[in-house]
Design a binder for this molecule. Structure first.
Ligand SMILES: [Zn+2]
Length: 203
């Protein structure tokens, strides 16, 4: 920690002000910043600051993850800073998928599976979502897939989209829960392949 205040930072007495100095100007959507200014978001705000400043030494990746995380929370999703996993509201609002995810123990248990498999693996930087318009958003050859794991974004985030489109044969909601569970693990492993093998082909 610096012994002298950094010029321009000494007037920062609130967490929101600290967040403003940590993130690039306008990096956070104005509406999300306003939402974060509520007293009800104090716990989330201190999680974000701990995550960026103390746990990740102000890394760019941690900032981008936090921005995504705050936006997900604002939209009704959830963020796990410990495991670095975001559950999009599209996934969270889907009781069917969420029940299976919860029954499987959520991100910490997934992380354990991966660690048992290979200690270098982790669920970090995954975002789970559900896509009820899978048919129009995806190439026809994927319409019988229960989910797609997308190549990493610049932020290193990997989006996993579950197919909840009733017009496709892959619609995961029509499958037994054991299929949903297998599909969750399967996609998490695809994400690992992207990270470790550098594969850039969506599967
Ligand atoms: Zn696959």
């Amino acid at each position: 920690m610096p012994t002298e205040p950094i010029p321009g930072e000494e007037e920062c007495t609130t967490s929101l002000c600290t967040l403003d100095t940590v993130l690039e100007p306008n990096a956070l959507e104005a509406g999300t910043r306003l939402w974060m200014s509520s007293q009800y978001r104090q716990a989330l705000l201190s999680d974000v600051l701990d995550f960026i400043i103390y746990e990740n030494d102000n890394s760019n990746e941690s900032k981008l993850f936090s921005i995504e995380g705050m936006e997900a929370e604002r939209n009704g999703g959830e963020v796990d800073f410990e495991e670095k996993v975001i559950v999009d509201d599209s996934f969270k609002d889907n009781q069917c998928l969420m029940n299976v995810y919860e029954a499987m123990g959520k991100a910490p248990i997934f992380d354990n599976y991966l660690q048992n498999f290979d200690s270098d693996m982790s669920v970090a930087n995954l975002k789970f979502g559900a896509d009820p318009n899978f048919a129009s958003n995806r190439d026809r050859k994927y319409h019988n897939a229960m989910a797609i794991t997308n190549p990493p974004l610049n932020s290193n985030m990997i989006n996993i989209d579950f197919n909840t489109d009733p017009s496709t044969s892959g619609n995961i909601l029509n499958k037994p829960d054991v299929f949903k569970a297998v599909s969750l693990i399967h996609e998490v492993l695809h994400a690992e392949m992207y990270k470790n093998v550098g594969c850039r082909e969506s599967c």
